[in-house]
Ligand binder design. Structure first.
Ligand SMILES: [Cu+2]
Length: 151
């Protein structure tokens, strides 16, 4: 009887873990390296969700303020604004990339050096309104124009 209880207990843990893992999957995260005196930068990644979810917030111990931003052209001017939530449609991949959606790290406590990593926590809400978090160690990369134009 004791053994059976233990088996059920282990099964419950396993189910709880997989429920959290399913809210969304984050791949290829990276953050842009900063130079001395630069107070803000962006973090980018691809997010998928099997059942659909919303990215409702982000935080990082490296930044005073962390927001989800959208960048778009408005009368030939690139504008950036905070969005309250980013929809991750079921089965689709949403890409956070330069010039588009990004996680904005502001009021940086120290410069983000190339080849280090920065902890970022993403807050998600699933399609039933249940909140959960995904913790990431985001690799920091310096990306200049030259490396982007390499063929
Ligand atoms: Cu931004």
């Amino acid at each position: 009887m004791k053994l059976l209880n233990l088996a059920i207990f282990q099964m419950t843990i396993l189910m709880a873990t997989s429920a959290v893992a399913q809210v969304a999957v984050v791949v290829d995260p990276w953050a842009r390296a900063t130079v001395q005196g630069q107070k803000a930068t962006g973090a980018f990644m691809k997010i998928t969700s099997k059942d659909g979810a919303k990215l409702v917030g982000a935080s990082s111990p490296a930044a005073g303020v962390t927001e989800i931003h959208e960048m778009k052209m408005e009368k030939d001017v690139m504008k950036m604004a905070a969005v309250p939530a980013l929809d991750i449609p079921a089965g689709k991949s949403v890409e956070l990339k330069p010039g588009s959606y990004h996680v904005m790290l502001m009021d940086l406590k120290a410069p983000l050096a190339d080849k280090t990593s920065v902890p970022v926590t993403l807050m998600f809400e699933n399609n039933k309104g249940v909140k959960s978090q995904i913790e990431l160690q985001v690799p920091v990369k310096s990306m200049n124009m030259q490396s982007q134009h390499k063929h």
